[in-house]
Design a protein around this ligand. Structure first.
Ligand code: IPD
Ligand code: CA
Ligand code: CA
Length: 273
């Protein structure tokens, strides 16, 4: 007897999930191994846009697992760029999200991997090995932290919310740019944290620790896994102007849903209310 199509699809999904978990863990094991050792650090686009030897080693460990199992899949990874292949599957990898934290011995950093199928994010995993926090989501199946279901917060007033953001190296001073928005929010007494890892920011919104996150300039690998985790935890994710979120464009607002409109309004020049 031959297996049915749904049975084959289920088995494929399980293999993808297993590979995603193993790859994320492999990168994170490298991060842990080198954390208190000496490693080289160099600059990329700006003096403090850093890459360490460990980013590359983590990427290699992740590639080893994914490429062995799926040599025909497309891979987009921060330090190697795209490995273009004719495939409906694309792995989007940040081998260390929070490199500046990592390079300074600050244990707020992680591996983040998303798996896209036909242009749609299907699964995502984010693991911070220093807090032993493994976040995972599969489209339509909810989000988990260490295998326990998580949900966004239920705060419904922006002025009572706890937010998180990050700052890019460029267009800091643009109208309604990162500094203006930040100033507007903190002048209203709203706590706006800056952890230094967009993937962790997103997961902490998913877990209800933050009520909202916004950032003006991210790359696909920063948000691919995390935005699905927020959506699957019941949150809302859009571009800065409230459109459907496409992880290949730079701006993001990710919230518990309840404060979304108010935060979006404030980010686009409106008053904080
Ligand atoms: C950075 C972090 C940071 C965000 C930057 C990203 P990296 O990623 O996610 O929180 O503000 O925009 O580039 O360089 O540490 O992988
Ligand atoms: Ca990143
Ligand atoms: Ca990175």
């Amino acid at each position: 007897m031959h297996p049915t199509l749904p049975a084959i699809a289920y088995i494929c999904t399980m293999i993808h999930k297993q590979t995603l978990i193993e790859a994320t863990m492999a990168g994170a094991a490298i991060m842990k191994e080198y954390f208190d050792k000496q490693f080289t650090i160099s600059s990329k686009s700006a003096l403090n846009d850093l890459v360490t030897e460990v980013d590359h080693k983590s990427e290699e460990a992740i590639f080893d697992i994914i490429k062995k199992r799926f040599p025909e899949h497309y891979i987009l990874s921060e330090e190697s760029g795209p490995i273009v292949q004719e495939s409906s599957y694309k792995w989007i990898i940040d081998p260390i999200d929070g490199t500046i934290n990592y390079a300074n011995g600050i244990p707020i950093c992680c591996v983040s991997i998303g798996l896209e199928r036909n242009g749609k994010m299907e699964m995502g995993a984010v693991y911070n090995p220093f807090l032993n926090e493994f976040f995972f989501a599969q489209r339509g199946f909810g989000a988990t932290l260490n295998e326990k279901k998580i949900h966004v917060s239920d705060k419904d007033e922006l002025t009572k919310s706890c937010l998180v953001t990050g700052f890019p190296y460029t267009y800091l001073d643009a109208p309604n740019g990162p500094l203006q928005v930040f100033e507007k929010l903190i002048r209203k007494g709203i706590p706006v944290r800056r952890l230094g890892s967009a993937a962790i920011d997103l997961c902490w919104v998913a877990a209800g620790r933050f009520d909202g996150f916004y950032e003006h300039k991210l790359q696909a690998w920063d948000s691919a896994a995390g935005y699905l985790i927020v959506e699957e935890a019941g949150g809302k994710v859009t571009s800065l102007n409230g459109d459907y979120y496409d992880h290949y464009q730079p701006g993001i607002i990710a919230t518990n849903g309840r404060i979304h409109t108010a935060l979006q309004y404030a980010i686009n020049g409106g008053e904080v209310a």
